[in-house]
Design a protein around this ligand. Structure first.
Ligand code: NAP
Length: 284
């Protein structure tokens, strides 16, 4: 199977690259913004014409949640319009499209884990652009699976884990919100799950949404505490509410994803977030 990975220098893309050697049956074409700018519709069409692509994993994204508020057009271009270009090209080539979406499509007013069937109502430009991207994929790709994930971190790229470690090396005390609750997800677990499931998807699969995060629940405060404790760092973490630390973009207060569907359909085991955090920290 020939697999095109777009945006492959981001967290998820880098995890896929580092796992590639364990999947000898797959041949990977890893591209980044320079080798394939997904917002260039013509370049996307040409790329698919030039070589056979059986599967596309779209890891490209405008993931700056706060930045997106001031960069609406670009967020929409990368997260929605480009997803449409890729979906259309994949559809024409008969390729399966794996697309990534987010817990931020929900408004977070719920108090039980969100299922794939729950109504989306994004509170941010980023969330709205990702929801529009889902629709582009559902509409244009002939074979597609959308993974909704949350709070991705990795030893690669920029993320909350790296930011906490950096701040802890500079300060004695950090303020972190405890009224936003979700589930941290090790990008390596998500990458492995995607690669493991590729042969299990039915050939005519179209527009299926699956939630995938690590197991368990945490606030950003809990996540920060766990990072510092596991690293043996003594920096103090002060729990604050979102109103005390206003960010540019509104975020859901509750965005835990219900993973019963993916576990039931494919019998997968999902690692607990603290276990995956420990694994990741051994690589940081
Ligand atoms: N990070 C999270 O917490 C989170 C949570 C839920 C869902 N997701 C979703 O999961 C997916 C992967 O996230 P991630 O954390 O791995 O993202 P990431 O680390 O920000 O990586 C995104 C990659 O996309 C690339 N990119 C941006 N514009 C592009 C373009 N026009 N053409 C080609 N590549 C482009 C970026 O390149 P540059 O570095 O050059 O900009 C970057 O390498 C995204 O769809 C994201 O929305 C992420």
């Amino acid at each position: 199977m020939q697999i095109l990975v777009t945006g492959s220098r981001g967290q998820l893309g880098m995890e896929l690259q580092s796992l590639a050697e364990h999947y000898p049956d797959y041949r990977f074409l890893f591209t980044d913004r320079t080798s394939l700018d997904v917002t260039d519709g013509e370049a996307v069409r040409k790329f698919f014409k030039k070589q056979r692509i059986d599967c596309l994993i779209n890891c490209a994204g405008h993931t700056g949640v706060d930045q997106a508020e001031a960069d609406v057009e670009n967020a929409h271009l990368v997260n929605a319009k480009a997803a449409g270009y890729l979906a259309e090209a994949a559809g024409k080539a008969g390729a399966l499209m794996i697309h990534l979406s987010t817990d931020y499509v929900f408004d977070g007013k719920g108090c039980r884990p969100y299922t794939e069937g729950d109504s989306a109502n994004p509170r941010s430009v980023y969330g709205k652009s990702k929801l529009d991207g889902e629709l582009e994929v559902l509409f244009n790709a002939k074979r597609s699976v959308i993974f909704r994930t949350s709070w991705l971190y990795s030893s690669y790229g920029t993320n909350f884990l790296k930011s906490i470690l950096k701040q802890a090396s500079e300060k004695n005390e950090l303020k972190v919100v405890f009224d936003q609750v979700g589930t941290p997800t090790y990008a390596r677990d998500l990458a492995r799950t995607i690669l493991d499931l590729l042969p299990a998807f039915p050939p005519r699969i179209r527009g299926e949404i699956y939630n995938y995060s690590n197991e368990g629940v945490a606030s950003w405060y809990d996540f920060a505490r766990a990072i510092l404790e596991m690293k043996g760092l003594s920096c103090k973490v002060v729990p604050v509410v979102t109103a005390e630390m206003p960010a540019v973009a509104a975020r859901p207060h509750y965005s835990v994803l219900d993973k019963r569907r993916i576990k039931k359909d494919f019998g997968i085991r999902v690692p607990y977030w603290r276990d995956s955090l420990a694994e990741c920290l051994s690589a940081v």
